[in-house]
Design a protein. Structure first.
Length: 155
């Protein structure tokens, strides 16, 4: 496998993961696995972890298996797919847990319109405490109106 095809598969997988994340968030987390996601929509007090954090493991398993099986007999396409999923997981952690929910106080005062727009869209998502009538299920690609209001607020 060439380095170019490896990079292309990783990038394509990373991009596809946004759609998979949107669908999973809307139809699985706000659907039949709401019991794991529900505490994420409730006010947080002194809890370090929440049941919602189990989704990290649910998404990490396919990535790890693809990386392992993609290297058993040389490198095949499964390896860069697993790496792409892993890179999306890292981005998800940094955007969702660090930037948006401030589990770590690393980007507390960002004025970057893109990051502020992501934060605004997620706040709209969390206005609903129940699983019904939600909006903004994406993580990296949210409606442009949130970026526009973020840009206007920074002027």
């Amino acid at each position: 496998m060439s380095i170019l095809s490896f990079i292309c598969i990783c990038v394509l997988t990373f991009c596809i993961m946004e759609g998979i994340t949107w669908c999973t968030h809307k139809y699985v987390m706000h659907g039949f696995l709401w019991l794991l996601h529900e505490d994420h929509h409730q006010p947080r007090y002194d809890h370090i972890f929440e049941k919602n954090d189990l989704f990290f493991f649910i998404f990490a398993v396919p990535s790890a298996l693809l990386i392992i099986f993609g290297t058993l007999n040389g490198i095949d396409f499964r390896f860069p797919v697993g790496i792409g999923i892993m890179l999306y997981g890292i981005a998800y952690f940094l955007v969702h847990d660090v930037l948006i929910h401030q589990r770590f106080k690393w980007f507390k005062k960002t004025k970057n319109p893109y990051l502020v727009g992501l934060r605004k869209a997620h706040k709209i998502h969390h206005k609903k405490l129940g699983k019904e009538d939600g909006e903004c299920f994406g993580m990296l690609f949210v409606p442009f109106k949130y970026f526009k209001t973020a840009r206007e607020a920074n002027k």
